[in-house]
Design a protein around this ligand. Structure first.
Ligand SMILES: *Cc1c(COP(=O)(O)O)cnc(C)c1O
Length: 386
């Protein structure tokens, strides 16, 4: 720890726990919680977040690759793991031996899993049947659900553990998008009914991502699958204001604070330029602080094109010129009171001196908070606090 860089991500596991508990209080009627910890826990650190999720009452965790699941298993996570993406034939034996539950939706893939499960001596390896109700990604057509369910339950090594679908526009407040989500939900429940009519227990039925967990309690079914809200960011347009107006307030605290420190303060004369491309030139005498963080850390280059600022000593200062790979420059002006080695907060929790969250940056730069936290690179140390 003695050689840790100033640029680091503080991960507030206490806030993660708070968010999970807030979400739990919304989920009535005994629906289970499957928490998405894919992509290194949306950039927050998969193992630590998974442990906190388990402590906070998660019933299942969702990953995007077999490798992500294996990492959790090797770190003592024993609750069910759901694989949200497809794996390749090379990964199937690990999928089975580490007991990771896959989504399936076609015969070929069902038989691939079945063969590996049989080889491992499994007699009821659970798979979840994914239904494409309108996401246009993975899943069977609703009309195929019953025959695929039949195939699964008649395969000796497999059992139907559940049925799932995924929404395409549940995080939009647009009226036609709200309607599309309703249509997707109807198609999914019809698929579930068709499986039941065929005399097959569909298992755990689930479809609600963060947005639907927040605003569509009728869609919680047997389990919800929130991701982004667990980390303290809103689900795109389903933001704090919208939820308040809808009478569905929920308390979320940002889990990540991205911080660094001023590594130099430079005097600039009017006419001196900053950085690559000379895109910014001082129009008066001023002072520039250099920060040891850049796009190599995940501070995306295009942020600077949107009037991006950082907080130093509780004040907001604009980034000037282009963001470099390892450094960026902010204008602090003269007599700012900013000194070398002062802490600079890029985004995060108020308790760390942040003036903006990953949500604010997402809105400013035309993306979603998911991308901002997930794109933080490996060289940014995650420092866990409880
Ligand atoms: C990522 C993912 C989720 C969680 O989505 P959020 O918008 O972060 O809540 C749920 N289900 C599936 C299939 C996913 O891929």
């Amino acid at each position: 720890m003695s050689c840790m860089r100033a640029t680091k991500a503080i991960i507030h596991l206490d806030n993660l726990k708070h968010n999970i508990q807030s979400i739990q209080s919304l989920v009535q009627g005994g629906a289970k919680m499957c928490i998405a910890v894919k992509a290194n826990g949306y950039g927050h650190g998969a193992v630590a977040c998974a442990r906190t999720a388990v402590e906070s009452g998660a019933d299942m965790l969702a990953v995007a690759s077999v490798e992500e699941g294996v990492e959790l298993r090797k770190n003592g996570i024993t609750i069910p793991l759901l694989l949200l993406s497809l794996c390749s034939p090379e990964e199937v034996s690990d999928l089975v031996s580490f007991h990771i539950t896959p989504f399936v939706f076609d015969s070929e893939y069902i038989q691939l899993i079945a063969a590996a499960a049989q080889k491992a001596g499994e007699t009821a390896f659970p798979v979840h049947l994914a239904v494409d109700s309108g996401m246009g990604r993975i899943g069977c057509y609703p009309a195929e659900a019953a025959s695929l369910a039949k195939e699964i339950v008649s395969t000796p090594s497999l059992t139907l553990g559940g049925m799932a679908t995924h929404f395409a526009v549940s995080d939009s407040v647009d009226k036609s998008d709200r309607l599309y989500t309703q249509v997707q939900f109807s198609r999914f429940t019809e698929a579930i009914d068709s499986v039941r009519k065929a005399g097959i227990d569909p298992g755990i039925c689930h479809c609600a991502n963060s947005a639907a967990t927040l605003i569509n309690p009728e869609m919680h079914l047997d389990m919800v699958r929130p991701g982004i809200i667990v980390y303290g960011y809103y689900a795109d347009e389903i933001d704090e204001t919208y939820l308040k107006q809808a009478g569905l307030p929920v308390s979320l605290k940002p889990v990540m604070t991205l911080e660094t420190e001023v590594c130099a303060v430079r005097q600039f004369k009017k006419g001196m330029s900053v950085g690559y491309g000379r895109t910014w030139t001082a129009d008066r005498d001023t002072e520039i602080a250099v920060l040891p963080i850049g796009y190599g850390d995940g501070l995306l280059r295009r942020f600077a094109e949107h009037g991006f600022s950082v907080a130093i000593n509780g004040r907001c200062f604009p980034v000037r010129g282009r963001i470099c790979m390892d450094q960026c420059m902010v204008e602090i002006g003269r007599e700012s009171g900013v000194h070398r080695w002062d802490k600079a907060v890029i985004f995060g929790a108020k308790e760390d001196g942040a003036l903006q969250t990953a949500d604010d940056i997402a809105r400013l730069t035309g993306t979603i908070s998911y991308e901002i936290t997930t794109c933080l690179t490996q060289r940014v140390e995650r420092v866990f606090v409880r």
